[in-house]
Design a protein around this ligand. Structure first.
Ligand SMILES: Nc1ncnc2c1ncn2[C@@H]1O[C@H](COP(=O)(O)OP(=O)(O)OP(=O)(O)O)[C@@H](O)[C@H]1O
Length: 305
């Protein structure tokens, strides 16, 4: 059952990290004003994969309800960081807590509250399969090997969230790459996650799918879902982003925590026009954020524009 959360701004102690290679200081606060744990708290995280030291002392707290964009050059460690948050790669050192549950200790981790859409994979299966079947598979786990009686209804709802309800009975091999990506997002959404992690959802997808994704994330944001999205360029998602963190060689180079106390995004701008129109129809028109396109990934600083 989805938790009934409000958008009370988090009373965290997060501060912007200087645009230096020095790691951010440890967060002393582990609960917000309402007594809730942050969605994610990472302290001094190091990850080594093979001979590579991939993450080198990450400190990061993600407040419940926040939309955080994780940026950085190829190989900077973005995917490794989100996979560590999902427990898919082990920490060599440091601590990761998800909704207060320590991932290293593996006690009471609320896996059902997490949704993950990995970096672009092809949804097109070898066998013929409908969008609805792909999405319903998101309900399966090691305990449930066959979808339950409400799986079809839930799958159609999830496909509705990505604008593909009418295509639910179509074979996914008929879908464009962008539509397949949306099917995979629906597969993550069918569990109604409180924390959604999406790795590079804009890569190589058409404009319509990018716009549909912006609307989907806007709706999720309005419901209080915490979103971590790995991006190379915020693009159409820029208006939705509360905070930008830039990784560089496994360290936090920049942490734009400006919006952390005041999310949702500030008034004054809008979603891209077509996404905005669509969002308004759904009653989820979002206010915009500053120009994230002006962020220099090398320095972690914004341009003057
Ligand atoms: N299993 C592994 N074993 C050894 N090194 C790895 C492994 N997985 C990733 N790496 C290395 O870790 C570094 C970070 O990889 P990661 O995929 O996290 O970066 P990224 O920022 O997500 O890159 P991209 O934007 O290209 O997806 C890279 O140098 C990569 O080669």
């Amino acid at each position: 059952m989805r938790s009934n959360r409000t958008r009370t701004p988090a009373a965290t102690t997060s501060t912007s990290c200087a645009a230096t290679s020095a790691p951010c200081g440890k967060r002393s606060t582990v609960r917000d004003r309402a007594g809730r744990h942050p969605a994610v708290q990472i302290d001094g995280l190091h990850v080594e994969l093979g001979a590579n030291s991939v993450l080198e002392g990450i400190d990061l707290e993600v407040a419940d309800g926040q939309t955080l964009a994780l940026l950085g050059a190829n190989g900077s460690g973005k995917t490794t960081l989100v996979r560590a948050v999902l427990g898919l790669v082990p920490a060599t050192r440091g601590r990761i807590a998800v909704y207060g549950a320590d991932l290293v200790m593996r006690r009471a981790v609320p896996w059902s509250r997490l949704g993950y859409v990995p970096q672009r994979v092809n949804a097109q299966p070898v066998m013929s399969v409908t969008a609805e079947e792909v999405v319903a598979a998101g309900l399966l786990d090691h305990r449930r090997l066959v979808p339950g009686s409400h799986a079809r209804e839930r799958a159609q709802d999830a496909l509705g969230q990505v604008g593909l309800r009418e295509r639910s009975r179509d074979n996914v091999h008929l879908f464009s790459g962008g539509q397949q990506q949306r099917v995979l997002i629906a597969r993550a959404l069918i569990r109604r996650p409180d924390l959604l992690i999406i790795d590079e959802p804009l890569s190589g997808i058409d404009h319509d799918s990018q716009t549909a994704l912006a609307v989907t994330l806007s709706d999720l944001q309005a419901r209080g879902t915490t979103i971590i999205v790995v991006l190379h360029d915020p693009g159409v998602l820029a208006p939705l982003i509360h905070r930008t963190v830039v990784l560089d060689h496994g360290r936090v180079r920049h942490d734009d925590a400006a919006g952390i106390e005041g999310f949702p995004p500030r008034a004054g701008s809008t979603l891209p026009s077509d996404a905005s129109d669509d969002a308004r129809v759904r009653g989820t028109d979002r206010a915009p954020h500053p120009d994230h396109h002006a962020l220099d990934l090398t320095t972690g600083r914004r341009g003057s524009s």
